[in-house]
Write a protein that binds this ligand. Structure first.
Ligand code: 5AD
Length: 434
């Protein structure tokens, strides 16, 4: 029988990309790059900010037009917006065939069967009570150099602004043997670098093991050359984790550690459970252990009763730490979060102003740090053709910097080469093999 062709439009985080690949495997489907030839179209949505969830709803409307020429086309919504609004989506969009939250993925074959059955159901699958959450592994294109492995679903933190505990449920940690098995499978298919993902990845624990033990085990996987993980939670950076990172020759010299604010007052309102002193102490310990560690962070501006001096504290922090990359956002109120009922809020114009001040200054810091790399040599794992042209190859350094490498044959894809940096851009470097 011909495999059904599935087109998935993915919004949001790496977890969603991973889930999209799991949907493909669950359906034993052929992923296609164009919605025009698909039997099934799925919009895998993100609810983290209001803008993201609006995008998802308008995508469904857009794809509905394709049903004119293909009446058997199935259009479904998955992911966090699906979980959040559930039934309402089916009611508001009569042309939407199904709605499925992140924990429903193992059920997707049945969902599609139900729609194609004579009764033409419109399934709603938003149960949080799912035991087989890790049973479906992701589709991985043969020969793809980097891949993802989920080690955790959901989140137990209670950050006041965040919708994730509502949409993805509470934390479930995956057993070690499953993590290792999936990693080995990806390596067999050609992966050299794996990024281990979870909402607060370093809070992973299973049986008597903690995240540092997991890193030690992952190092033993034959053929796996590089290990990354995201997203870490500051409070869960233990001394043991730091020393395990330091002593592990596969763990990349890179850490994404969202701080959210540089002000203790705002951090308390956000219920982040750490102080800025704790955060800086962890960064110091990490840098003492791994001096060339590249750091990135997330920041929200305009949360709660943030004032000018709180914002100044955030600016001082980014000047002091000089992150390689900062992902910054204007606070967006999310339904059902503690933030929704907070009395004070920052006027939108002020939050926008703060965001652009922060982004402008960080842009300079990032560029300065990139320029400093000109003339230095790095190991670059080549992943494929450069996004800029079809001649050069691109890869990344251990610090997660993208490098476009000139004059290199495509047979080098998958190899780690020594590269001298010759030029620096805002978001990438240029280099030549030495
Ligand atoms: N508004 C704006 N940004 C948010 N984030 C999470 N929730 C919100 C929200 N309600 C940001 C945080 C998080 C990143 C993934 O998105 O910075 O780390």
């Amino acid at each position: 029988m011909k495999k059904q062709s599935v087109f998935i439009e993915t919004y949001g985080c790496q977890m969603n990309e991973y889930d999209s690949d799991r949907i493909i495997n669950a359906l034993q489907a052929e992923p296609v790059d164009s919605p025009n030839t698909a039997d099934v179209i799925i919009i895998n949505t993100c609810a983290i900010r209001e803008k993201a969830d609006h995008k998802a709803v308008s995508a469904v409307g857009r794809y509905n037009k394709l049903k004119k020429n293909n009446p058997n086309l199935i259009i479904g919504m998955s992911g966090c917006v699906a979980q959040l609004y559930g039934k309402k989506l089916l009611k508001d969009m009569p042309y939407l065939d199904f709605v499925m939250g992140p924990r429903g993925i193992p059920k997707i074959p049945k969902i599609i069967d139900d729609i194609r059955s004579e009764h033409k159901q419109r399934p709603l699958e938003t149960s949080m009570d799912v035991q087989d959450i890790f049973d479906v592994t992701p589709y991985h294109k043969k020969g793809k150099i980097s891949g993802f492995v989920s080690i955790q679903q959901g989140c137990n933190k209670k950050c006041a602004y965040c919708i994730v505990p509502t949409t993805r449920g509470s934390e479930i940690n995956r057993p070690l043997d499953e993590i290792i098995f999936e990693s080995q499978e990806l390596v067999k298919q050609g992966a050299k670098e794996l990024t281990y993902i979870g909402q607060t990845v370093n809070s992973w624990k299973h049986s008597k093991m903690r995240f540092n033990n997991l890193l030690d085990h992952l190092q033993e996987i034959n053929g796996l050359e590089r290990i990354r993980f995201t997203t870490s939670f500051p409070k869960d950076i233990s001394d043991k984790m730091i020393s395990s990172m330091k002593n592990n020759n596969k763990v990349c010299r890179q850490l994404h550690l969202p701080v959210q604010s540089g002000s203790n007052r705002v951090l308390r309102e956000m219920r982040r459970t750490y102080s800025i002193e704790w955060y800086k102490d962890r960064i110091q310990k990490l840098k003492d252990a791994i001096p060339d560690l590249a750091l990135s962070t997330d920041i929200i501006v305009g949360f709660g009763s943030e004032k000018e001096d709180d914002f100044e504290s955030t600016m001082n922090l980014i000047r002091e730490i000089e992150f390689d990359t900062v992902y910054s956002f204007k606070y967006s109120v999310r339904p059902g979060t503690p933030g929704e009922n907070m009395e004070s809020h920052v006027p939108d114009e002020i939050a926008s102003e703060w965001l652009s001040v922060l982004q402008a200054e960080q842009k300079e810091i990032t560029l300065k740090k990139n320029i400093e790399k000109i003339g230095s040599n790095f190991n670059v794992l080549l992943e494929g053709f450069s996004k800029q042209n079809n001649k050069d190859l691109f890869g990344r350094t251990t610090h997660n910097k993208v490098v476009n490498v000139k004059n290199v044959d495509q047979s080098f894809i998958g190899k780690t080469v020594r590269v001298k940096i010759t030029n620096a851009m805002q978001n990438s470097l240029v280099g030549e093999i030495i």
